[in-house]
Design a protein around this ligand. Structure first.
Ligand code: DQA
Length: 152
């Protein structure tokens, strides 16, 4: 089995299920975690699923991914729109990155249309709610598998 996929969640995502359910859905973060792990299992992949409200902790985890992960799925929450530190960490990690958002940020306020994560991301999934986590696992599985095939 390859190294785990780090699925990293930023600020306020611990409130999923109670926070603006019309935008973010009724599922809790624990529900999303179960969905993500189940999809990964079907692809014989391991997931390390985490959430923090702290920007520095996200940076630490992205640095950790350099050694310990095969790729990163990142829902950086509001730090998506503000954090050069997260962009720098992603560039330093040299791992495939999928940027993820539950909501379609492009249908929302203009300040959500810019992302500091996107320049470091292989691709972006947004607007599919919790299902997006499963889609991100599938997308990253393809990238990881084809990069390993390239090494064979
Ligand atoms: C979010 C979108 C961000 O704009 C917002 O700040 C979040 C969640 C999403 O998953 O839709 O906290 O990343």
């Amino acid at each position: 089995m390859p190294k785990p996929i780090f699925v990293l969640n930023g600020p306020n995502l611990n409130l999923l299920g109670v926070r603006q359910p019309a935008i973010y859905g009724a599922e809790t973060l624990a529900d999303v975690r179960r969905r993500t792990e189940a999809r990964a299992r079907t692809l014989a992949l391991d997931v390390d699923f985490r959430q923090t409200n702290s920007e520095g902790e996200l940076v630490d985890w992205i640095q950790e991914a350099r050694e310990k992960a095969c790729g990163i799925i990142l829902n950086a929450g509001a730090y998506t729109h503000t954090s050069v530190a997260i962009l720098d960490a992603l560039n330093a990690a040299e791992k495939p990155v999928i940027e993820l958002h539950l909501s379609n940020v492009f249908r929302r306020e203009a300040f959500r249309h810019h992302s500091y994560v996107s320049p470091a991301a292989h691709g972006v999934i947004c607007g599919f709610g919790a299902k997006g986590y499963e889609l991100a696992i599938e997308a990253l599985a393809d990238i990881v598998t084809s990069s390993q095939a390239g090494k064979a």
